[in-house]
Design a protein around this ligand. Sequence first.
Ligand SMILES: NC(=O)c1ccc[n+]([C@@H]2O[C@H](COP(=O)([O-])OP(=O)(O)OC[C@H]3O[C@@H](n4cnc5c(N)ncnc54)[C@H](OP(=O)(O)O)[C@@H]3O)[C@@H](O)[C@H]2O)c1
Length: 253
Amino acid sequence: MEIMTPQHGCAWITGASSGIGAALAEELARRGWQVAISARRDSELQAVAATHANIHGFVCDVTDRAAMAQTVADIEAQLGPIALGVMNAGIYLPTALPEFDPTAFDRTFEVNLTGTVNGLAALVPLMVTRGEGHISLVSSVAGYGGLVTSAAYGASKAALFNMGESLAMDLKPSGVHVSMIAPGFVKTPATDVNAFPMPFIIDADEAARRIANGLAKNRTHISFPRRFAWFLRVLNVLPRSTYVKLAGRFMKR
Ligand SMILES: NC(=O)c1ccc[n+]([C@@H]2O[C@H](COP(=O)([O-])OP(=O)(O)OC[C@H]3O[C@@H](n4cnc5c(N)ncnc54)[C@H](OP(=O)(O)O)[C@@H]3O)[C@@H](O)[C@H]2O)c1
């Protein structure tokens, strides 16, 4: 599968007004990409765009399917074909118990899952027609297995893995590469509010470097930091009852 480079077209990152998406925009711009960034907050997008001449802001809510299609059309009209799409927009709403608020699940799935589907709906037909392209879904190590307070978030991220793996198989004959990104803890506005311990946490610039390196090698699964990702993967090959016991204990330390 051909590796997408700035010679093939531009990159589009959703949810790039802060955190990992903003850092990845800067990293890809430094590597020569023209980068379209989208999110809901215009002033934050403009602040990220001001960091590098190659970065261009497009206000868009991922939950608005028609707006996502229009944004892709606007990006391609301004910057040319999108060769690399990183579906990064996401939210984490801790599962509040014992109330169990179903609307937190609705909102999480709407942004993390349907928002990604809306991006795919806009990008896949264009890339298939062109016979090339790379779409990367930002999941999480929280998608490998259940974790404390992550019933909604983890379920949405597990769904992204399953969806991405299916699409990687289905789209391969069309020349379109699909990859999944599984960060561990990264210091961003989303994690700044967490009151629990976050083992092996790294900063957003380091996360962006690891993502950009993985994308440039066409890795299908990009996970980091390596020690934390492997630790969770090993926990996940244990019998499920042992996993639930150990993962629950580890996260409560
Ligand atoms: N930080 C971590 O430890 C970690 C670990 C694993 C995975 N991740 C994943 O990495 C991605 C980025 O997270 P982050 O930590 O960088 O958090 P963040 O700084 O809060 O960034 C989230 C981004 O998503 C955007 N967003 C949220 N709702 C949106 C919507 N409806 N439409 C369009 N954009 C929307 C936000 O922009 P607006 O508010 O301006 O729309 C923001 O740019 C997420 O998918 C997250 O689940 C993060």
